[in-house]
Design a protein around this ligand. Structure first.
Ligand code: CP3
Length: 348
């Protein structure tokens, strides 16, 4: 069944190492505040986490950008901070402030994380995956996702977002056993969460390691590459044909080692890297994904066309999924996304 699906779904074909011209396209944060129809549904939920855990609302907003633009993939609407919340860790979202979390400072905070409880709290996410799989058009691939253990651990140690995640990096160096225990617990929870998404119908899985780029090379190997490699191996043991996309944002030249050691099927490339360089350092058969600057999409017009066409030229003939180098920003005019779709769909 998977092989048949791979032949009809452009995104799965590229994840299997094939090339497509034009390339398949979807955009990180394609469901979000830049869409008026998203803001309308969002206003029906009391808070952001309740929104992620409401299958009716999450299913609807996942489908909105598919209806509007006809992307090749739908990404489950949820958040990387749903698993820590489900594990019983205090997480909340304040309007205009981003996420706020309790800080992990010792063993007790890690031992309190409860995987049995988590499975029942995140159950509505699996219901959303099942509903999406039942209604998505046959050519559209459903992507499930989780935050990678390092990035989620970084939010939990820091107590929220940060420019440099200094507290998390300090703990990783000064109390490596403590930080390792946190990462190990998150690895176990992430594996359970992604296995459940695959069982519910996710056709590809993406690991967001949004803050991988704050680490030194040796720390990157320990906290980004090693846990990701173990997760990929464990997922494949159960779902041999399920492709995994890794996104080590800010990896820079560590991208090559990340791809080789983790054996992900595709690597998300951020805006700072030349796409042609990235395509050149990836192992044969490993796809790239990215990496248009989200600000080119805000600008639109000639600037957008220039950037998009130069990216299309760089990736022509390579297994590549057209995407942004990071998420869509809320000030993006929806018409510019339609413009981008027509540029990419007419690529030859
Ligand atoms: O469309 C999609 O991409 C699917 C849904 C999705 C969201 N967050 C929805 C969301 C996905 C895949 C994420 C991943 C995510 N969440 C990441 C990794 C990707 C990245 O951006 O680096 C991270 C770091 C988070 C954590 C997070 N969630 C932050 C820092 C914020 C606040 C910043 C902001 O943009 O408001 C969120 C909130 C969030 N997650 C929103 C959405 C649509 C906006 C909240 C709202 O609508 O009120």
């Amino acid at each position: 069944m998977t092989e048949h699906a791979a032949s009809t779904k452009p995104l799965l074909a590229v994840l299997a190492g094939q090339t497509r011209n034009p390339p398949p396209i979807w955009l990180m944060r394609q469901a979000g505040r830049y869409l008026p129809e998203y803001r309308k549904v969002r206003s029906e939920a009391p808070n952001f986490l309740a929104f992620c855990l409401a299958p009716d609302l999450a299913t609807e907003v996942t489908l909105q950008p598919i209806r509007r633009y006809g992307f090749d993939a739908a990404i489950l609407f949820s958040d990387i901070l749903v698993p820590p919340f489900a594990l019983g860790h205090p997480v909340r979202f304040e309007a205009g402030e981003g996420p706020l979390l309790a800080r992990v400072t010792g063993r007790a905070d890690i031992e309190a994380l409860d995987l049995v409880r988590a499975r029942s709290v995140w159950a509505p996410v699996m219901e959303t995956v099942r509903r999406l799989r039942a209604v998505l058009p046959p050519e559209v691939t459903l992507i499930g996702f989780a935050g990678a253990p390092f990035t989620v651990a970084a939010y939990m140690v820091e107590g929220g977002g940060s420019r440099d995640f200094a507290a998390a990096r300090r703990m990783a160096h000064a109390q490596p056993d403590l930080f390792a225990a946190l990462v190990a617990r998150l690895e176990e929870a992430t594996l359970a969460y992604l296995n459940e998404q695959a069982e519910a119908g996710a056709e590809a899985l993406m690991l967001f390691d949004s803050w991988a780029g704050v680490l030194s090379p040796s720390q990157f190997r320990t906290w980004v590459i090693a846990p990701t490699a173990r997760l990929v191996r464990a997922l494949r043991a159960r779902f041999p044909n399920l492709p995994v996309i890794g996104f080590p944002r800010g990896a820079g030249p560590m991208l090559a080692e990340y791809a080789a050691v983790t054996a992900v099927n595709a690597v998300g490339v951020d805006t700072t890297l030349p796409a042609a360089w990235a395509a050149g350092v990836l192992p044969a058969g490993t796809a790239g994904q990215g990496n248009l600057d989200p600000m080119a999409l805000v600008a639109g017009g000639a600037a957008l066309r220039r950037e998009a066409e130069s990216l299309l030229n760089e990736i022509r003939g390579k297994p590549w999924i057209f995407n942004l180098g990071h998420g869509i920003v809320p000030e993006t005019p929806p018409d510019h996304v339609a413009e981008l779709m027509s540029i990419v769909r007419s690529a030859r």
